[in-house]
Design a protein around this ligand. Structure first.
Ligand SMILES: *Cc1c(COP(=O)(O)O)cnc(C)c1O
Length: 382
């Protein structure tokens, strides 16, 4: 049978255009309108965070974070090498030097045991990336931040509806643990608005300044609340807030998050079950979710063990009409940054660069299609 399965397909709940219409006829479609406020309230309640501010992307939210913690030329920021360029770019734009840490042996996330030896007097922040929506070991990371007086900014781009179970026994939403956190609503994420993002503020001292930086360095937000009688240029800033039309789209998605998440996790579980025999035979490794983390059905990936295996699987799937894709190329080896890296080998970051394969995962992917994809992969190893 000839399949035609894309890697991703954005799911529309049906209410997006209705809410966009409502926003348009309300007469106020610039930022911080009715739907933006609804989204802010939703996130503050559901993520249980102090302050949520929509941005035009996760990239923008990370850039705001870099401004908020006053990154200056020469500051050092520790993050995994196996991540998206924006995680690093946001800090490089402000002159920071990125100190890349390796991934875990069994998971692409940052290996927390490698962080402390990288901390110097210049270190300003640690940026854990919750890869595939699976939590980093936040107890270790927050303890280091407290010990050395550093900021923690969670790159939670992929981590909506995912949790961290701390050693205190409390289950916390990802994005609610660091001083600041950034989420993405790019169309490849679980909840999306085409392009879109969110800055989460967990440390009160950043709230006022975040509103100013997001509004071009002006105190316009305070002015609209009637707290000041005219608005003025008071700090650096840029235009980080999205149109209310974007928020209207996003709100329709948020209203359906339970339904979306249920389906994505069902697909994830089915892949996992069908591919377990291959992993038992040692042909591939399946994703590991540590005991302190949860799975939010963001991504189903295989560790194909070798580059040759991965290339073979991609090619065979493609011949059968299925698009599977690899993911990040280690940033410490990128064209742009390789000469700034200190030369340390990052074995597992490079390993996942070569071996990680992402399978199609989207709301409308059927159980039958998942079964066919798993069968194609299984046959390769027979
Ligand atoms: C998607 C993603 C980003 C960027 O998100 P945008 O909203 O596209 O800017 C940043 N970091 C990670 C880990 C991502 O997956």
């Amino acid at each position: 049978m000839e399949l035609n399965i894309p890697f991703n397909k954005p799911y529309l709940t049906g209410k997006e255009t209705e809410y966009i219409n409502q926003s348009v006829i309300s007469g106020k479609i610039s930022g911080d309108g009715v739907f933006t406020k609804k989204c802010h309230q939703w996130f503050e309640e559901n993520l249980q965070v102090k302050k949520a501010l929509l941005t035009t992307s996760c990239t923008d939210a990370l850039e705001m974070a870099a401004l908020l913690i006053n990154i200056k030329p020469g500051d050092e920021v520790i993050m995994p090498s196996y991540t998206f360029v924006s995680t690093a770019n946001a800090f490089v734009l402000r002159g920071a030097k990125i100190i890349f840490a390796d991934s875990h042996k069994n998971h692409p996330g940052i290996d927390e045991s490698k962080i402390e030896s990288l901390i110097t007097t210049k270190t300003k922040a640690i940026v854990p990336v919750h890869y595939a929506g699976v939590a980093c070991n936040m107890d270790v990371i927050m303890d280091l931040a407290n010990k050395y007086d550093l900021y923690v900014i969670e790159d939670a781009a992929q981590a909506i509806d995912s949790y961290y179970l701390g050693k205190d026994g409390i289950k916390k939403t990802l994005g609610s643990i660091g001083h600041l956190a950034a989420f993405s609503f790019h169309e490849t994420k679980n909840i999306m608005s085409g392009e879109g993002g969110l800055l989460v503020i967990n440390d009160d001292k950043f709230v006022k300044r975040a509103e100013i930086i997001r509004e071009k360095g002006t105190n316009r937000s305070a002015f609209f609340r009637g707290e000041v009688d005219k608005y003025n240029w008071v700090d650096v800033g840029s235009s980080f807030l999205p149109s209310d039309i974007i928020a209207a789209f996003l709100y329709a998605q948020l209203e359906n998050i339970e339904k979306i998440q249920k389906q994505r996790k069902l697909i994830w579980d089915l892949y996992h079950r069908l591919l377990t025999p291959l992993s038992v035979k040692g042909k591939i490794n399946l994703p590991e979710v540590p005991l302190y983390a949860t799975n939010n059905g963001h991504m189903f990936y295989l560790d194909c063990k070798t580059l040759a295996n991965r290339t073979k699987i991609i090619d065979v799937l493609k011949l059968n009409g299925v698009l599977a894709v690899f993911h990040y190329l280690s940033l410490h080896k990128s064209t742009f940054y390789q000469n700034n890296h200190d030369g340390r080998a990052l074995t597992y970051s490079d390993y996942y660069t070569d071996t990680l394969l992402r399978l199609p995962l989207y709301f409308e992917l059927t159980e039958k299609e998942v079964t066919l994809i798993a069968n194609i992969i299984t046959k390769i190893f027979e």
